[in-house]
Design a protein around this ligand. Structure first.
Ligand SMILES: [Zn+2]
Length: 209
């Protein structure tokens, strides 16, 4: 027993507490739910899905967005495969969560590229740690040449530093670069900006670099 819980239950609660946004109390509630309220199938299904998730879901080979691995063994996301989207416009974001937030706003009709991280001199993340080579080859893809890039990194110190670096890189390649307009609060997280604000920030984008 630990904290009044059987050890096995406490262990599950501890694992759940590692999830983002889940505190100790919520984790205990979830663990109790699986131990008592939920029917066995629910727990079994969740367990199986979690175990196989990593085999079936990988970063998209074109844009790093999360994608389901196809029967051919290749991972390409729904956005890259969607022929109705504007293939000349590319939106660069820091994280998958930012991409999802922008998609919810409905203001972006082009494709994306997910950096995975931001330049951060304080944390020792330099240009060599960003996937710039993959980005360059994406921009020059002969099947879908990009004409305009919208840099949608967050309006934080690291986000701005990254935007400047990208603008320099792409300006040299002759690509038109724009930056999301202000409106998203400085230091704010795109993920938590409301859809209207984010939509306006994208529509009101400014030429940059
Ligand atoms: Zn993709």
């Amino acid at each position: 027993m630990r904290g009044g819980l059987p050890a096995r239950l406490a262990r599950v609660a501890q694992m759940l507490a590692r999830l983002p946004g889940v505190g100790e109390k919520t984790a205990q509630r979830y663990a109790l739910f699986f131990a008592t309220t939920a029917d066995e199938a629910t727990a079994r299904e969740l367990g199986t899905e979690l175990v196989t998730l990593r085999e079936h879901v990988r970063p998209c080979e074109r844009c790093n967005h999360i994608a389901e691995v196809g029967e051919d063994g290749r991972a390409r996301c729904a956005i890259c495969l969607d022929t109705r989207r504007d293939g000349t416009l590319l939106c660069i974001v820091a994280r998958v969560q930012d991409l999802l937030a922008i998609e919810r706003s409905g203001a972006m009709r082009g494709r994306y590229f997910v950096l995975g991280r931001l330049l951060s001199p304080l944390e020792g993340v330099g240009a060599e740690d960003l996937p710039l080579e993959a980005l360059r080859s994406r921009l020059q893809d002969p099947g879908e040449p990009i004409r305009e890039v919208l840099v949608a990194t967050p309006p934080s110190v690291d986000g701005e530093a990254t935007a400047l670096l990208l603008a320099r890189e792409m300006g040299a390649m002759g690509i038109q670069v724009s930056r999301i307009a202000s409106g998203v609060p400085h230091g704010g997280d795109l993920e938590f900006a409301d859809q209207v604000t984010l939509g306006r920030a994208i529509e009101g984008r400014k030429s940059f670099g």
